[in-house]
Design a protein around this ligand. Structure first.
Ligand SMILES: Cc1cc2nc3c(=O)[nH]c(=O)nc-3n(C[C@H](O)[C@H](O)[C@H](O)COP(=O)(O)O)c2cc1C
Length: 363
């Protein structure tokens, strides 16, 4: 009998995924300690979900400056590197694979996270949205424009964080170049008006990402690097689609073929963009023909639609976000046709085990 596409294994470089059901990166704000270190509770949470073909960890900052949310873990200090080992070990003990998502939020931060300093960005343009702070949501501020020297320092931060991650036992890293954070701010003309080598042309606006890839692959194998993009993000985290937005992503994705990456992770639009000029409503369909490596697709998938998109040949894997919060045994529930539990949104970002490690497996 032919297996459902989601249950077929998949080669990813020298790794083999036991199924194509990926746990999408999910910030859960449980690193509630001064060192922003992974905890035993986090190890338990990831252990419970290790039946996924691949887990992508919550976004984890590459430096002190990269932070934008309370209680998110880092991957830049020795202490953080050590603390992650309990997480990777727990997942490996259950036969799972885990990548860490590395991020820098850029202008999506606030001075309250940064000892009063301004957030940094490609250009000094306020996203004019509310951002998270330790004391609730506040209006965003106008960020400070990064100097070229500072951009080069952040390139090193990403490469060093990737090296730390592999030392901590992660099977690879995902560069968080989506959802309106720092890389995305470089790609978009609404947030990047630089006139130097990092602004203007598509080549210039994507330069920072490729510099990070080139530096990272000196430190960890290229096929242990994945990358996330959200090309049709609109009215989301300060991003707005313009005439040059999709052509920039076309250019970027084609250029990624020169790298032997673990995968490219794409999101279908997070908001309804059917009436937005220049937006693409079918991300997977548009980018599949442009990319030769493993393609992961996310947003809004269920079991049937996940199988269908793999069957169609448009994607190789499906990343599930919210379904993995309330269903630690999501893979089994899919396999046995069991009903899915609804996750409690009120505990998405709260501390402690409630709404985190206390979701039961199906009985
Ligand atoms: C609680 C929560 C936290 C999230 N944190 C992250 C994150 O750290 N990094 C990221 O790239 N996406 C993050 N996302 C987006 C998810 O990865 C995913 O794109 C989203 O949940 C849509 O997928 P779904 O329809 O399967 O839930 C988060 C989503 C939720 C609900």
């Amino acid at each position: 009998m032919k297996k459902d596409p989601l249950f077929q294994s998949l080669a990813m470089g020298d790794l083999r995924l036991k199924n194509r059901i990926v746990m999408a990166p999910l910030t859960r704000s449980r690193a509630d300690n001064s060192g922003k270190c992974a905890t035993e509770l986090m190890a338990e949470y990831y252990r419970q979900r290790a039946s996924a073909g691949l887990i992508i960890s919550e976004g984890s900052q590459v430096s002190k400056q990269a932070v934008g949310y309370q209680h998110t873990p880092g991957c830049y200090s020795k202490e953080q590197t050590e603390a992650w080992k309990q997480v990777t070990q727990a997942v490996h003990e259950e036969g799972g694979l885990i990548f860490i998502q590395l991020w820098h939020v850029g202008r999506m931060s606030h001075p309250d996270h940064l000892d009063g300093a301004l957030p940094v960005a490609p250009s000094a343009i306020n996203p004019n949205i509310d951002v998270n702070t330790p004391s609730g949501r506040k209006p965003s501020v106008t960020p400070r424009e990064l100097s070229v020297g500072e951009i080069k320092d952040i390139v090193i931060d990403f490469a060093q964080a990737a090296a730390n991650a592999l030392e901590a036992g992660f099977d690879g890293v995902e560069i968080h170049s989506s959802n309106g954070y720092l890389f995305h701010q470089f790609f978009a003309s609404c947030s990047n008006t630089r006139t130097d080598a990092y602004g203007g042309s598509m080549e210039n606006r994507t330069r920072f990402l490729f510099e990070v890839l080139d530096e990272m692959k000196k430190r960890i194998p290229e096929n242990r690097i994945g990358l996330r993009l959200n090309p049709s993000a609109h009215d989301y985290h300060g991003m707005h689609i313009a005439e040059d937005t999709l052509p920039t992503f076309d250019y970027l994705v084609k250029k990624l073929n020169a790298y032997d990456l673990a995968y490219l992770h794409l999101s279908e639009p997070f908001t309804d963009v059917s009436d937005v000029p220049y937006a693409e409503t079918q991300i997977c369909r548009r980018f599949c023909p442009l990319y030769q490596g493993n393609l992961m697709i996310n947003k809004g998938f269920g079991f049937d639609s996940g199988n269908a998109i793999i069957d169609s040949g448009e994607a190789d894997m499906v990343a599930y976000g919210a379904p993995f919060i309330g269903n630690p045994d999501l893979v089994r529930r899919f396999q046995e046709g069991l009903p899915l539990a609804e996750a409690d949104r009120s505990t998405y970002y709260t501390t402690g085990p409630k709404g985190y490690t206390d979701y039961p497996v199906f009985k």
